[in-house]
Ligand binder design. Structure first.
Ligand code: CO
Ligand code: CO
Ligand code: CO
Length: 316
């Protein structure tokens, strides 16, 4: 399919990235993204916050600052109390306020099932756009949130998760990637994305695809939610994790003897996951230290870019 384009499109549909980018002037480009989904937690206020944090994340992943947003709402008005909708939207508004982003419009329709999300527009300097491309040999990979939210959500649905765990994972999903983005902006970053539905290795595979580089991933250093390992060992794994593993099987080599539940973390679909940041290896530990100082205690260097064999991910 051929998509319409023009000379000001810096990032468009010809390649998969977190958001589109359109140059307005030599000083300013717009980042535009949209995301919405069905509830992933029971509490409507938290659902609103998570949906907003998730929609804002793609702007942060492109190196930008979110400025404006519009609500997207589908609501079963005959079957659900309007107070639910109010709580969802309040969650979104509060999360936008935390991101200093203004809600300037939206659209709602009647639907069988509740759905909520936002389109978000952000600003970035045209020379400072971060995409999934531009991996360099010797670069380090930094991850800013722990993995395992998909597995814990599966355990929550099965009634297996404690109230404490449910709350902490809900807070993790609702946490903005703003601090991560502001911290990485002080460094020379080569590439960035956010970890969502394809899992860590699925999103890493998008970065590696077409790069001519390959990646070594340090499985033991990857931050994970400890309880998620327990649930994974019990087989509480979302269907998406199997699909993610299958889809990229040709690119990924997992070292012998690595526990199956630790492998499952790497493919676990995340909701509003952390940033995956690619930058010169010598600076990667400094970024990790700066992220920890800023309160992101789970941040870790999780891999490095190496020369050949081209476009493979080795996990050991
Ligand atoms: Co994204
Ligand atoms: Co998105
Ligand atoms: Co990007």
């Amino acid at each position: 399919m051929v998509f319409p384009t023009d000379g000001n499109v810096l990032v468009g549909l010809d390649r998969a990235d977190d958001a589109g980018v359109y140059k307005v002037s030599d000083e300013l480009a717009l980042i535009q993204t949209v995301d919405f989904f069905t509830p992933i937690v029971d509490d409507p206020y938290w659902f609103g916050q998570i949906a907003a944090a998730n929609a804002l994340s793609d702007v942060y992943a492109m190196g930008g600052i979110p400025k404006t947003a519009m609500n997207l709402v589908a609501f079963p008005v005959k079957d659900m109390d309007l107070s639910v909708l109010r709580a969802v939207i309040q969650g979104g508004i509060d999360k936008l306020a935390e991101a200093e982003t203004v809600l300037i419009g939206g659209h709602s329709i009647e639907d069988k099932e509740l759905k909520y999300g936002l389109s978000v527009t952000g600003f970035v300097h045209p020379a400072r756009v971060l995409t999934k491309q531009n991996l360099q040999p010797g670069d380090g990979l930094v991850l800013t949130k722990p993995l395992g939210t998909g597995i814990v959500n599966t355990a929550i649905k099965a009634g297996m998760a404690s109230a404490d765990l449910t709350e902490s994972v809900t807070r993790l999903m609702a946490a903005l990637n703003r601090i991560a983005a502001e911290t990485m902006a002080r460094f020379d970053v080569h590439a960035c994305t956010d970890v969502t539905g394809f899992g860590l290795l699925g999103h890493l595979a998008e970065m590696v695809s077409g790069s001519g580089r390959s990646v070594r991933v340090f499985a033991e250093r990857i931050p994970v939610i400890e309880d998620a390992l327990t649930f994974a060992a019990m087989g509480l794994i979302p269907a998406g994790a199997y699909k993610n593993r299958e889809f990229r099987a040709g690119m990924i080599e997992v070292g012998d003897g690595m526990a199956r539940e630790r492998q499952d973390m790497l493919f676990d679909p995340q909701t509003s996951g952390g940033l995956l940041i690619c930058m010169p290896g010598a600076q990667a530990e400094d970024l990790v230290a700066a992220l920890k100082d800023a309160g992101l205690g789970d941040a870790a260097k999780v891999g490095e870019i190496v020369d050949g064999p081209a476009e493979k991910i080795r996990v050991a």
